[in-house]
Design a protein around this ligand. Structure first.
Ligand code: ADP
Ligand code: MG
Length: 198
């Protein structure tokens, strides 16, 4: 549990907004350990592979968008989640390949749900205040669909431990994930918390 890993990408808008340091700082201060990092300009191929690692994602993202509209009393652009999901995948390719992104692996107890909590919900309009998406962006399903583009929400984070494993394997080679000790590991995880007093 203490070595749970999650995959994070600071998307092109996050890099352009100069939020790399701010985002890394939020994960550091909660006690997570950075175990891999690189800056790349993604290809359409890797974005396509990334979002289809889970074959159910297309339908799920479509259903989530429809709910997002209906919860605000609005009419979604389509009632077919698969059609909507495929549209999202296409605009995501354009979004991710528009510039450099920062891909990272963060490790620590409950890394996957802790990072999702800090990142916040998909649609910045309704992401909680205090989360990265709630604090730094103002996009919505309505705005992105009107303009035929992806929701710009500055960051991606894995949704489950299995998703994280597949995403880490897709973006990183095993030898680029570093196993090392941080001094603070003892404070977070040592059972006896001994060795503090002289
Ligand atoms: P999350 O990133 O919160 O896990 P999803 O996996 O459901 O969200 O969607 C992946 C990404 O696709 C989102 O972060 C967002 O950038 C984009 N996106 C999701 N739904 C839509 C939509 N209806 N229209 C445009 N872009 C969307
Ligand atoms: Mg997701």
């Amino acid at each position: 549990m203490k070595t749970e890993k999650t995959f994070v990408i600071i998307k092109p808008d996050g890099v352009q907004r100069s939020l790399i340091g701010e985002i890394i700082g939020r994960f550091e201060r909660v006690g997570l350990k950075l175990v891999a990092m690189k800056m790349v300009v993604p290809t359409e191929e890797i974005v396509g592979s990334h979002y289809t690692l889970d074959p159910a994602w297309i339908k799920k993202v479509g259903e989530k968008s429809i709910k997002g509209y209906e919860s605000k009393g609005q009419v979604p652009p389509s009632k077919d989640p698969i059609e909507l999901g495929n549209r999202v995948l296409e605009v995501l390719k354009k979004y991710f390949t528009s510039g450099p992104v920062v891909a990272m692996v963060w490790q620590g107890a409950h890394a996957v749900p802790v990072v999702r909590k800090i990142v916040g919900g998909t649609e910045p309009l309704t992401s909680d205040v205090g989360t990265i998406r709630g604090d730094f962006v103002l996009d919505s399903y309505q705005m992105s669909d009107t303009d035929g583009r992806a929701i710009r929400n500055v960051i991606h984070a894995s949704g489950s431990v299995d998703e994280a494993k597949n995403e880490i394997d897709l973006w990183f080679k095993k030898e680029n994930i570093i196993n090392y000790r941080l001094v603070q590991d003892a404070i977070l995880y040592d059972v006896n918390l001994d060795g503090l007093l002289e």
